[in-house]
Design a protein around this ligand. Structure first.
Ligand code: NAP
Length: 344
């Protein structure tokens, strides 16, 4: 059994990782099609040891495609996902365009796999924001054990979360600093090299940013609407890997040792927590890895039933491409999708 899979945004950071992960995990494909904008038509991307010629999204016919994994930004998704869905192709969308639509399931397979069955209403499944994905993977098993009341999180988000242009800007500015050239900020609102910026996505009326709002809305949708969450999202000069300093208040008592034991057994989680020099994870070590890493688990002495922890993951993998491929795997495992073209 093989599926025809289209990767839309195949030339981007997430799209390239998507192709790597489909191949690495041996997703059952009959054909993989790489799709991007007209600018990239005819250029080549790798899929395992094969090279795929990129096709343009404009005018592409999805009627014989089984799954389209979209990572071309919110506006492209708003325009194209419903059209592709109507052609009978299931869209797994990486943008925020449909995440808050009650008719579109927002899925992290380790957290709320059963919600996937709702995809048939629009033929669209949403992938969460990178900073939410790793947070809920680590917090779901603790919520099951002790019921989370409130989360306070500060994020340290890498520049790859802002696409190819974000990575290029950190590289160019860093080089400019070393050769004493003028430092220009285009993608980010201030210089990112040797700096941190407490601003990701647009400002909301209450003074928070959309990135912070997304963490609240997505955690409620996937984990529990009763959980209160407050976030400060910060861009840092790291190429790959988002980190989060998290304070969690629970309804029931839970010790750091108990949390560590629960997380050691939890799907998608890896505990690295040695309480010694280097006995914790940093983003550079998470790059290219699938796990959500949890370090620095400790009790908060200022509050009953509260823990502090440090959560790190590769934002291009669990935060985007890996989670999308896991959603595709879930569709197949649960028999929710059949290939349109039967093998001869
Ligand atoms: N980076 C992350 O950590 C992360 C995490 C979660 C979700 N996401 C989401 O994933 C999406 C892509 O992110 P990225 O980091 O991969 O961005 P990126 O590196 O800037 O890549 C953007 C991709 O979209 C394609 N594209 C742009 N305009 C298009 C059009 N008109 N028609 C078809 N394709 C078009 C680009 O193709 P060309 O090369 O032809 O321009 C490129 O392949 C965004 O929605 C983002 O919010 C990203």
């Amino acid at each position: 059994m093989g599926f025809k899979v289209a990767v839309i945004g195949a030339t981007g950071n997430v799209g390239r990782e998507m192709l790597n992960i489909l191949e690495e995990r041996g997703f059952p494909v009959s054909e993989v099609v790489a799709i991007a904008s007209r600018r990239s038509q005819g250029t080549e991307v790798s899929f395992g040891d094969k090279t795929l010629k990129v096709k343009a999204l404009e005018g592409y016919d999805f009627s014989d495609t089984d799954i389209a994994i979209m990572s071309a930004g919110g506006n492209i998704s708003k325009e194209w996902s419903p059209k592709i869905g109507k052609q009978g192709c299931v869209v797994i969308d990486n943008s925020s365009a449909f995440r808050y639509d009650p008719e579109v399931p927002l899925i992290v397979p380790e957290v709320n796999p059963d919600a996937i069955s709702g995809f048939t209403r629009k033929n669209i499944i949403a992938n969460p924001n990178c900073s939410t994905a790793q947070l809920v993977v680590a917090l779901k098993p603790l919520h099951d054990a002790a019921t989370i009341k409130r989360i306070v999180v500060a994020t340290y988000q890498s520049v790859s979360g802002a696409g190819k242009e974000g990575m290029d800007e950190l590289f160019t500015q860093t080089r400019a600093v070393f050769v004493a050239d003028p430092v220009e900020a285009k993608k980010f609102t201030k210089r990112i090299a040797f700096n941190v910026i407490p601003h990701i996505d647009v400002f909301m009326e209450d003074g928070s940013t959309k990135e912070e709002w997304k963490m609240v809305a997505e955690t409620k949708k996937m984990l529990d609407p009763k959980i209160k969450l407050t976030a400060t999202c910060v861009r840092v000069p790291v190429f790959i890997g988002h980190s989060e300093a998290v304070n969690v208040e629970f309804e029931k008592p839970i010790t750091a040792d108990e949390a560590r034991d629960i997380l050691r057994e939890a799907p998608g989680c890896l505990v690295i927590d040695k309480r010694e020099d280097g006995g914790y994870i940093t983003p550079i070590e998470s790059a290219g890895e699938d796990a959500t890493y949890i370090s620095r688990i400790r009790e908060d002495s200022t509050l009953d039933n509260a823990l502090n922890m440090w959560i790190v993951s590769d934002n291009l993998r669990k935060g985007a491409a890996l989670n999308a491929v896991q959603i595709a795997e879930l569709l197949v495992e649960r028999g929710l999708i059949q290939p349109k073209k039967k093998a001869a």
